[in-house]
Design a protein around this ligand. Sequence first.
Ligand SMILES: [Fe+2]
Length: 359
Amino acid sequence: MHKNIKNIEKLVFGRGSFNGIDGIIENKRKENNHFFLFIVDNYFKGKELAGKIPSRPEDVIRFIDVDPYEPTTEQIDSLRDEILNSKGLPSGVVGIGGGSIMDIAKAVSLMFTNEGSSTLYQGLNLIKKPGIYHLGVPTISGTGAEVSTTAVLTGPVKKLGLKCEWTVFDQVILDPELIATVPTDKWFYTGMDTYIHCIESETGTLNNAFSHAYAEQSLKLCREIFLGDDAGQTPDNDDKLMVASLMGGLSLTYSEVGVCHALSYGLSKILGAKHCLANCIAFQHLEDFYGEGLNEFRQMIKKHNITLPKNLSKDWTEEQITAMAEVAYNLPHMWHHAMGENWKDKISVENIKELYKRM
Ligand SMILES: [Fe+2]
């Protein structure tokens, strides 16, 4: 009944803190086969940040393109196999990028020590052994992946996380300088992931004083960042967004996400839509569930001249809509939180299909 949550082991926050990585991982280099695996968003290839990665000749740097696809089980398995076959077990993994890179770093660190395909471990507490040391450096803020106990993967059957306490990062470095160059649309969608986390966490049966305290503070920061007099991508707001993302993540860890995330998972699994954009596509039609939050969301959209895709469902087949509704329906913890214990009396696959048809 009561969640016993695992938090990040160590955390650094502050401008320029990225430069401290080398010192932070120095001692860890003695472990396993004495090399680190750096997983970096392909966006940074050839950019200034890539030149600042403190890699040594024995280390492996992998630039991974996470656009437009979400991390897959197959991708994790082949990365793991390739590194183990060529160099053996790394001392640790450093992930530098957005939510997808955070998920890849967390998942591969677990799969280095757990045999077989990652599809075997999609779910709660299915991982058998702790992974290797893993450090997360977010370069875009909002998903809460830096703090979450799950590494979301899309497999052949389901989109579901490797969820256990060993998934959580051993170390996180929050350097707001790294999020300064995020393109405006991505900055907005990803920031809205945090906003939606908090609205969903607050608006449900599992909300409690602990999750509420984090959501309340995170929402306050989101309002300053997206609606305040100094709204927009400023250094001050970058500082705030990094903290809001972390707190939004902590809020939902002790509460739960809701209807929007359930629908978003369906969009990602069946259509391959990216998580944060998928959330925004779904959220704009959920007035029956999140009326007040939706009003504020619309103000944010207007203020930042964001145009969300609409009328998408006219191009979807009935089979696709059914498949998405089934993915969404099969996330009972989200519906339970959003609608209460007897949620099955309140919502059906048919009702969910109607929600998709609004999009
Ligand atoms: Fe999310």
